[in-house]
Design a binder for this molecule. Structure first.
Ligand code: SAM
Length: 327
């Protein structure tokens, strides 16, 4: 059996989130409201570096990788990166988180390259609201792209909506209609405070409890969580083909079930989305000869993973916005 990454609290880490870029073409009000601004720092990881990184994590028991960003589909080499992941021994699941702007043009290519699961951000089912939140009139294109993706035999296609008070927290009935016949899940993510969005957070943060109570009152039932599952609590209902997920980072037991590690687009290992330090892996990604040193560094760092994040105390760690680390 291969090595396993286990931390001081007995948590296992079969799941890596790898950011491919910090660049995003959207201007989401809660993330990059003024758009991405280049800062002149070193370029993002190249394909050969990504291949070595994936081999090292897979040797340590990683079975699922999620490619994220920024917006990963702004990288022209995304199909080859997916192929690289698919060719890495040990990796069984390759997921992508995308804002969906490229889906209609390229989702077949990603699927053919070996992508097994897709998460698409869709903060509203209303085109005008979508425009107001993201800064783009792309609702129809994203919506149609998701319809196409649903025909391609992915293990899963899921949607993400950040729940915001007074912005999109009244859309549950519309989502019920959407889910009646579609084999997908909408996951409502509780708005998280980051270094840059304190004022927006104060105005629009809303806990997910009321929404979950609405689900229970409407006959939705909480499902058991798989070992390599993401952070969502997932609800099902006998009358609906689709599912509803709740991602509540402020809930008491959120970190207990953590099974994820992150690597930034410049190759820093981050033990937590809201951690206070990153460990540079890039120097060890320059040659195949560094494989053993790389796996040793990752395993040693894991000993430093904290039991939980400090969000409740307003400690957002190193994260100015989620595009900077890979949400
Ligand atoms: N660009 C891709 C996308 O839009 O899905 C991937 C990166 S994005 C940072 C990943 C997810 O994080 C998206 O679903 C986004 O809505 C979510 N996100 C970004 N900032 C957030 C925040 N402050 N609180 C909660 N979710 C956030």
């Amino acid at each position: 059996m291969s090595a396993q990454l286990v931390d001081a609290f007995g948590r296992r880490f079969p799941y890596l989130r790898l950011s491919l870029t910090e660049v995003c073409n959207y201007r989401c009000s809660y993330c990059l409201p003024n758009g991405y601004a280049a800062d002149g720092r070193p370029r993002f990881l190249e394909q050969d570096e990504i291949a070595r990184l994936l081999r090292a994590f897979a040797a340590l028991g990683m079975r699922k990788v999620r490619l994220t960003g920024g917006e990963p589909s702004v990288r022209k080499d995304l199909p080859s990166i997916i192929e690289t992941a698919a060719a890495t021994p040990g990796i069984e699941k390759i997921a992508l988180t995308s804002n969906g702007w490229k889906l209609l043009d390229t989702v077949e290519t990603w699927r053919a390259a070996g992508l097994t699961a897709l998460n698409v951000s869709l903060d509203s089912l209303d085109a005008d609201r979508f425009h107001a939140i993201t800064g783009h009139m792309l609702f129809d294109k994203v919506f149609q792209g998701v319809e196409r993706a649903l025909t391609l035999g992915f293990d899963s296609v899921k949607l993400n909506a950040v729940l915001m008070r007074g912005v999109n927290d009244d859309e549950l009935p519309g989502w019920f209609d959407y889910l009646r016949e579609r084999d997908t899940a909408i996951r409502f993510i509780e708005l998280m405070q980051t270094g840059d969005n304190a004022e927006f957070f104060a105005r629009h943060h809303v806990r997910t409890e009321a929404l979950e109570q609405q689900l229970l009152d409407s006959g939705w039932v909480l499902r058991e969580r798989a070992p390599d599952a993401g952070p969502a609590r997932e609800y099902t209902h006998p009358d609906y083909r689709g599912r509803i997920g709740i991602i509540a980072p402020y809930s008491r037991d959120f970190c207990t079930g953590c099974n994820r590690l992150r690597v930034t687009a410049r190759g820093d290992l981050r033990l937590c989305l809201f951690g206070n330090f990153g460990t540079p892996l890039r120097p060890l990604l320059q040659s195949d000869d560094s494989h053993d040193e790389l796996t040793a560094r990752i395993a040693t760092q894991l000993g430093l993973k904290a039991a939980g994040h400090g969000l409740h105390q307003g400690d957002t760690g190193l994260t100015p916005h989620l595009a900077s680390i890979g949400g």
